[in-house]
Write a protein that binds this ligand. Sequence first.
Ligand code: BTN
Length: 238
Amino acid sequence: MIYHLDTVSSTNDVARDSKYRDGDIVWADFQTAGRGQRGHIWQSDEGKNLTFSVVLEPKFLTVPKQFLLLETVALSLADFFEKQGVTVAVKWTNDIYVGDKKAVGILIEHSLCGANLARTIVGIGINVNQRIFPSDIPNPVSLSLLTGKEYNLRELLEEYEECLALRYNQLKNGEWDILERDYCNRLYRKDSPHLFAYPDGTRFIGTIRGVKPAGELIVEQENGEVKEFLFKEIEFVI
Ligand code: BTN
């Protein structure tokens, strides 16, 4: 069920309430404290974009398999954009890009129960009708900027819900090869040499070759050596 709220701090925080169950969506017109990855804030003009959190209870998934959930969400968004006539790439680990611009941010927060996931809040910010962005947002783009159209947010959210249901069923049904294959095929900057940086700022040219099942990025160096990187061990230079 979709719960539409006016103003909240962050939909990810609201969605923690145990009254929201598996599959519920908490959607707000405005967030006063929208959160991004790595402690960043998520800014979005009131009523212009989709800012929502999906509650999932993936109790069937063990902690080491959690990257599959991220793949599921990224692919559901890629499918959704494809339906709008826009081809996107997934910037490892979970940004949705059109060219070199970011159209969606995803913030996934898990609670665990022993060796398994218990409850996952999938926070999603899709840039939809906003056409002007603050200058401190690095490289934003919106559906409206891409297609020239103005969108009905509820209709879009319902369409997205269907896209997520399809990919989540693949996850539940154990169709993990499909999710891993499709995620790899969607990778931003795959199979062509690009500039990357280590956390200390040192730059190097590498070619993304894929992602390991647990999420490590596989990058071939210029000398042919292949390395695997964990989250925060490598930065894209865009
Ligand atoms: C990122 O790219 O840094 C992740 C951004 C995630 C933003 C969404 S908007 C809805 C949900 N509520 C939040 O506070 N954050 C996520």
